[in-house]
Design a protein around this ligand. Structure first.
Ligand SMILES: Nc1nc2c(c(=O)[nH]1)N[C@H]1C(S)=C(S)[C@@H](COP(=O)(O)O)O[C@H]1N2
Ligand SMILES: [Mo]
Length: 350
């Protein structure tokens, strides 16, 4: 653990040192680094949990979705049949042999995007990992550089502790300019999803206990429900500016009222995101009925003064946000940022 912390501090110094030549890092950048440190620490804990999970897992797959012509789901074995592209590059944070050139094998993101087809106005692609880690790259860069989803390093499949089964790899050695734009933190481990551009809202509400299954809500359904605005410091880990942010959306309790679900005192409202951790982990976002009825827990569809839609880059189009009137419950504080769910797709009551 402390080894990782030192590595992080070291990498921060390097990044700070580099950017200092041109400009001071701004508050947003500093906050991003802070968030990344938190995410990194969490990922180490989660890797152990994931490794246990992995023993009974089916084959790893990647889903390409969003503003595509078709949604594609490809198993690792299918990816291997599609491509065997190689890049040779240094790998950041290679402590054993810094500067060593490694040979990665995988599939270029551009190959995947050609297969799925993409809408004309797409500008960026977001990569989601099984631990809910997220990075966003510009489409132009994915077109211009052989950035890979790699499964093999120096002839061996990438293990979980090496970022496998699918690891986002940048050809730093051939294109050194990539290492400043997409620094170490962009090398995402355990990639499960590519979100092309932005997605539209598609929320399922489900309860086995109340015999309600899969009621679907799109953005206009949610916009038709009573709207609430809160202004709070965000608890999201990745991609948000620091400070207080305005959120607009629907209170969870107003959504549930619409589905005719009456919560009992024992009910729990479980909020799930796209990432597999939100379903697999031992501690999903489980909200006690009392909090859902007594404080403002919001499914946010818009953010900021301009009430903009929430892009994939920020974990949109649907995120969970907590008003300060929820803070008497410690688990709901922004410090417990696991509860600030992103890429929300499902609400379950049990
Ligand atoms: N899936 C996933 N990938 C991730 C992270 C993470 O938390 N989850 N952390 C990132 C950050 S902040 C850094 S600095 C590097 C850490 O790489 P290292 O463990 O090889 O030092 O991985 C990046 N990739
Ligand atoms: Mo990091």
């Amino acid at each position: 653990m402390s080894k990782f912390l030192w590595l992080f501090l070291l990498s921060c110094c390097l990044v700070l040192g580099l950017t200092n030549c041109q400009e001071q890092p701004d508050v947003v950048q500093l906050d991003q680094w802070r968030q990344q440190a938190i995410a990194l620490n969490q990922s180490i804990t989660e890797t152990v949990a994931d490794q246990n999970q992995n023993a009974k897992n089916q084959e790893w797959q990647v889903v390409i979705q969003g503003q595509t012509q078709q949604k594609l789901t490809l198993k690792l074995s299918e990816l291997k049949k599609l491509s065997n592209q190689e890049i040779k590059t240094i790998e950041p944070h290679n402590t054993e042999d810094p500067g060593a050139i490694k040979t990665f094998k995988g599939i270029a993101i551009s190959t995947l995007l050609n297969k799925s087809g993409i809408a004309a106005d797409v500008k960026e692609v977001t990569f989601l990992s099984s631990d809910n880690y997220r990075v966003t790259l510009e489409l132009e860069d994915l077109r211009n550089y052989p950035i890979l989803l790699a499964w093999d390093r120096d002839g061996k499949p990438l293990t979980r502790s090496q970022g496998g089964p699918l690891y986002l790899v940048f050809p730093y050695s051939d294109y050194p300019e990539l290492s400043t734009k997409y620094f170490n933190a962009y090398w995402a481990f355990y990639v499960t999803d590519l979100i092309v551009g932005n997605e539209s809202v598609n929320l399922k509400v489900d309860s086995k206990r109340f015999n309600v299954s899969n009621q679907n809500f799109d953005l206009s359904d949610l916009d038709d429900l009573p709207q609430t605005t809160i202004e709070e410091p965000v608890g999201y880990k990745i991609g948000w500016p620091a400070g207080k942010i305005k959120f607009k959306g629907v209170r969870l309790r107003d959504l549930l009222a619409k589905t005719n679900l009456n919560l009992s005192d024992q009910s729990k409202v479980v909020v799930k995101g796209k990432s597999s951790v939100s379903s697999d982990r031992s501690e999903p976002v489980r909200l006690p009925a009392s909090e859902v009825t007594n404080c403002d827990i919001i499914l946010a569809t818009k953010w900021g003064e301009q009430e903009q839609p929430i892009p994939s880059k920020m974990g949109g189009p649907l995120t969970l946000a907590f008003s300060s009137n929820c803070r008497n419950n410690v688990t709901l504080s922004p410090k417990n940022n696991q509860y600030w769910a992103t890429l929300v797709e499902k609400v379950e009551i049990d």
